[in-house]
Design a protein. Sequence first.
Lengths: 282, 266
Amino acid sequence: MNEQTYESARTSVDRRKRFRNYIKLYVLLIRTSIRSRMQYRFNFAFGTVLAAIIQLSEFLMVAIVLAKFGAVRGWTMYEVGYLFAVMTLAKTVYRTFGNEVHNLERYLVEGELDQLLTKPLPVLLSLMPRGFRLMPGELLQAGAILTWAIGAMLRSGQISWWAIPQTLFAALTGGILLFAIGMATATCGFWTTRISMLQNMTEDAAQTAARYPLTLYPGWMSALMLTAIPVGLVSYVPALYILRGELGAWVFPLLAVASAAAVLLALAFWRFGISKYQSTGS
Amino acid sequence: MISFRSNTRLYSALAAKAYARNIQYRGSHLLHNFASAAFGYLYACIWIGLGRDHSLGEYGTHGMMQYITFTQTSLWVASFTTVGLGIPQSVRTGQIALDLMRPVHLFAHLAAKEWGQIAYQFLYKSIPIYLVMLLALGLTPVDGGRTLPIALLALAGSAYMGICIGYMIGVSALWTTESSWLHWGNQALMNLLAGFFIPLQWLPGWLQQIAWASPYPFMLYAPTQFYLGKGNPLALLGTLAWCVALTILCLLLTRVMRRKVEVQGG
């Protein structure tokens, strides 16, 4: 083995070791975050119950429309319930791990990001575990709606048992996609400081829209939700195949590639953004 | 005994200051309006899409576009008040002890400030959003704008109810660090029970009963019905009754709060 090959092998081993250490540290920081939250059990229970009520009222808004009109652009009540549940599950995955990325504005406005920059860790690694959120309310509700929708479609023979692992895969890739959209939006804050307006459009409005079939919207809006802000890939596109047998099984590799590409692009944008960051503090 | 009447000048000064503080950021807030109008447009698109396959009852597609335009516009007056009127922040910093010591009633003090905030939001958020949505959806004001005065009167009552509810949420910060959840819960109930997205008569019977037992229908649904020319003037009595009931609740809660507040540190 020549010296160059030896050096390259050593660098690769060092990188792997560092990556393992980061994972260990990440898990430790999450445990600390959970433990600190559990010091205030009443607050945790109170927040969980209210989060479930909020979720319930959001679902009721969709359910009432369905109960009143039956079908939305040819999509049955169960199919739209499925869209809602997959979006909620994906959002739960995103917010459980990436809530603090969503809350980056607070760090930028109050200058708290400067403290994170002084730590000998990647900023994302020290930021994300801080806001690790257990979201049992959202998880239970999304699970219940999904069970109801999938159960009905299984009984009617519309779908097979394969739909369950496929749905879980869609929720996972959906969570990654939502995280990527959230991170790219948050990165804009390195220039603008305030990001809530942008989040209203790229996260809140987009996720609300994707709870319904995209055929409900004008063409330009559905195109936007499949490309620039790809929330349509979270529940609508997988549902087209899983529930209706449209498109093809290639949907799953597409989801995997799209979510990986989105998160890599968002990470590159984040790195670029943080190199341009100027503190608001004195 | 704290007097409400003798402080009228103070209250108007507080409201004017809150208005002036906001006006510094009007440029940025005007941009924010696009996000809010986009939300309204999205909800209108849902009804337009549904209207292609269904008749949408007594409203029709055009009526539902008008409905969403007015409810989206009204949110900035009736619902988007300061979280807990700023009380949770005061509790965290200990400022609440000083606020309670002032020779002015806490509720009246915070309500006056919030009126300034709401006046600003009405001028710089509600009106621009209303105009943007009318343009985007190709609408004109209902009945040439003749229904607006009574709708705005009902909306003024909504603003006051919003202040009272915000105050009660703020007071809860003395018991829990998670009072912001109550704020979000209140927003969710506004969406559902106040008829923000779905007119109340389309809710299931049991949910209509729950809604009408709360102040929420008088905060969005009633003003919107006036705007659409479908309102019954007697609904204003309901608004008035809820304003009185919520005021009494806020005053009672302030008494409880005075006994509860503890100051830590030194």
